[in-house]
Design a protein around this ligand. Structure first.
Ligand code: CMP
Length: 439
């Protein structure tokens, strides 16, 4: 992204926050969050397992000490981030606030090294409080849902399923009185029983023998039903996530088929229309962002528009030295057009209603004769400004030489915006005068 845009974004950020320090703090917290997810995962697999498998003392103490230290630091960091509002995105603050209201108490308990300070047999179960950190993890993941791609969603579903199956297996081994001397093959057998029970397959080769085991089996079956509900919901969610560009393409094709049936369009015309839809789809142009942008408040709308129009803003030399405010205004009002090769954009004498910027492709400009072009305009060039400046009809014809991706600015907006930025206006005006004399 060009310098001006970055400087513009920093001007939209909370005052007093340098771009550099924000980036560094975001990087650090990105790393920290990943670390917390990893150690929580480690804890949530090993702590329940320690119920049935006696860890050597050193591992037990090191694990407890490391988890306590990291979870403790996590509370301190989260608290600091909340206080230093400026260093976090509003989105994160909202998450952290609601988290603090609800989970801080449990998080503090999770950070207490019970297992180290209370060596009494009954109190050793208090180490399971560390697992509440997983609840926090679930909470954060549920709220950051919008960022997840399909692959990550599948990974998340697998993660929870594996964790639940592991917990149930450890519980099963414990209930069967196998704690202390569990072998790998015992664990595999327990996992096999768990998956068979959770998925309600129940082969019946491993059956509960005591009342406690039967009750545990019932609870696992009920959990299995809930898990199924979650899995089906998650998979349905993933499948229903649509690709708007592909959908738009399908819709267009359907309409083309209907139109062909209705009006018997010639084959060549059908093929050109199909090529146009295909071109749009392949370059991701099916998505109409305008209704989404309309939902946003003014400040966000300006920033989002800038991102959507980033490509053309970087390409057009005119925008390079223009003030940030000018670019923001223009970005919000640019409309997108795809013009197939050989199509006229306008003809000489037409009323001038728009100015165009070329993002991709080549536009040929012709005078009345339409024989040899007087100019070949490429990506980064603009045209259609002369008639707008002078309130006269188009002075030349513009034709797409190749498939063109253009952006246009309406006449009224053109006048309104350029009147407020006389330096940019003067630049365009001078070039327009040269073109006019040449033309
Ligand atoms: P307008 O008159 O609105 O519509 C035709 C456009 O062609 C015109 O604005 C210019 O932008 C462009 N144009 C005209 N003459 C030339 C030229 N000699 N070189 C490049 N562009 C031109």
């Amino acid at each position: 992204m060009r310098d001006q845009n970055t400087s513009h974004f920093s001007s939209l950020a909370t005052p007093g926050d340098s771009e550099e320090s924000r980036r560094v703090s975001q990087k650090f917290f990105g790393f920290w969050n990943t670390l917390i997810v990893l150690v929580t995962t480690f804890g949530s697999f090993t702590i329940p397992f320690s119920l049935v498998h006696q860890d050597p003392n050193t591992i037990f103490y090191y694990r407890e000490a490391i988890l306590t230290l990291l979870f403790g630091l996590d509370i301190v960091f989260s608290r600091n981030r909340l206080k230093a509002n400026h260093s976090v995105q509003l989105f994160e603050i909202t998450i952290l606030r609601s988290y603090y209201k609800r989970w801080l108490f449990l998080d503090i308990i999770a950070a207490i090294p019970f297992a180290l300070f209370f060596p009494f047999p009954i109190l050793e179960y208090l180490r399971f409080f560390k697992l509440v950190k997983v609840v926090y993890l679930a909470f954060i993941l549920a709220r950051t849902h919008i960022h997840l791609s399909n692959t990550l969603l599948v990974a998340q579903v697998l993660y929870w399923t594996m964790l639940l199956a592991h917990w149930c297996s450890c519980g099963w081994l414990y209930i069967r009185g196998m704690a202390g001397n569990v072998t790998t093959s015992d664990y595999i057998e327990a996992l096999y029983w768990t998956v068979a029970t959770l998925t309600s397959v129940g082969y019946g080769d491993i059956v509960p023998a005591t009342d406690t085991e039967r009750i545990y089996t019932v609870v696992t079956m009920i959990l299995g039903y809930s898990l199924m509900g979650y899995l089906i919901g998650a998979v349905a969610g993933i499948l229903s996530k649509k690709n708007p560009t592909w959908e738009k393409y399908q819709q267009n094709l359907e309409q083309l088929t209907n139109a062909t049936r209705h009006a018997q369009l010639p084959l060549d015309l059908q093929q050109r229309i199909h090529a146009y839809f295909l071109y749009k789809m392949e370059r991701g142009f099916g998505y109409d962002e305008s209704s989404f942008i309309k939902e946003l408040p003014q400040g966000l709308r300006a920033e989002v528009s800038l991102h959507f129009r980033q490509e053309i803003i970087e390409e057009v030399p005119l925008f390079k030295d223009a003030p940030d405010e000018f670019i923001l205004e223009v970005a919000q009002h640019l409309a997108e057009h795809i013009i197939p090769a050989g199509d006229y954009i306008f003809k000489v004498g037409d009323p001038g209603d728009k100015m165009y910027f070329i993002s991709r492709g080549e536009v040929s400009v012709y005078n009345d004769t339409l024989k040899t072009p007087i100019a070949a305009l490429k990506a980064g060039d603009y045209f259609g400004e002369i008639s707008l400046f002078n309130d006269i009809p188009r002075t030349a014809t513009a034709k797409a030489h190749t498939y063109c991706h253009l952006y246009s600015l309406d006449k009224d907006l053109f006048k309104n915006i350029f009147d407020r930025f006389p330096n940019v206006q003067a630049k365009i005006f001078n070039k327009a005068e040269i073109r006019r004399k040449k033309g």
